[in-house]
Write a protein that binds this ligand. Structure first.
Ligand code: 13P
Length: 247
């Protein structure tokens, strides 16, 4: 049966108390129900120590990651070894890093290869074109350049995820047509190992998630704004489960 991963990138949207409370609610809920999805959370790295205390000694189905590899060193000082082991993922090359921190494909590549030092850490490599690049017809060229030639899951001791996030879609409410997303995901698929999982990200919410699920190539969603509120995130999770049970 198809499984879908729901990955919540909380960026800097929530304060510590809000992050902890959201994790608390989600953890209780996910432990009770047997859903056909997995939930990954990418909180503000500064909140991770308090968040992990919430699930300490509890069985948890939640997977945790950092929003960029640069945060790993920062939090490794704050966490005990056991807690440190709880971090299993890292976003790499998010458009926020590419645009606001002037990181290019080379920087991203370097970060990806540095991730290999942290055994078991699964990269979530973000790729996507800007509005101008889309309008000029360069979407596939841009994305091809953003994917390192040797990226495949066997390079990492765990899995590897590529998230297609069109820059013009992030936080704007604008979502590409399913056909457009399919074209990009097919192109990515042709470049990578078959074990690499493919996500879509960019204005995913309660109203469009079912339509997006019609794209069979999608293994998961990377969700910003709509993942920062319990009702909205729970609503998305429920819609994903309903869709998977029906199909
Ligand atoms: P939005 O869902 O708010 O558009 O953000 C997407 C994103 O950047 C996830 O990494």
């Amino acid at each position: 049966m198809r499984k879908i991963i729901i990955a919540a990138n909380w960026k800097k949207y929530l304060n510590e108390e809000e992050s902890v409370s959201l994790v608390y609610q989600l953890n209780d809920l996910l432990n009770l129900k047997n859903y056909n999805h997995q939930v990954m959370l990418f909180p503000d790295a500064n909140h991770i120590p308090s968040i992990l205390k919430v699930i300490e000694n509890k069985y948890s189905l939640l997977a945790f990651g950092v929003q960029d590899p640069s945060f790993i060193n920062k939090i490794s000082d704050l966490l005990s070894d056991t807690f440190y082991e709880e971090i299993s993922l890292s976003i790499v090359g998010h458009s926020d890093r590419r645009i606001n921190h002037k990181e290019n494909n080379d920087t991203t590549l370097k970060k990806l290869s540095e991730l290999k030092k942290y055994s078991g850490l699964c990269p979530v490599l973000c790729v996507g074109e800007t509005e101008a690049q889309k309008n000029d017809g360069f979407t596939l060229d841009v994305i091809k350049k953003q994917i390192p030639k040797n990226i495949n899951s066997s390079k990492y001791s765990n899995e590897c995820i590529i998230a297609y996030e069109p820059v013009w879609s992030i936080g704007t409410g604008k979502v590409p047509k399913n056909k457009e997303i399919e074209t990009v995901l097919n192109s990515i698929k042709s470049l990578v190992d078959e074990n690499v999982k493919l996500f879509y990200g960019g204005s995913v919410d309660l109203n469009n998630v079912e339509k997006l699920l019609e794209i069979n190539l999608i293994d998961g969603f990377l969700i910003g704004g709509a993942s920062t509120n319990f009702e909205s995130l729970l609503g998305i999770i429920k819609k994903v489960d309903k869709f998977l049970k029906k199909n």
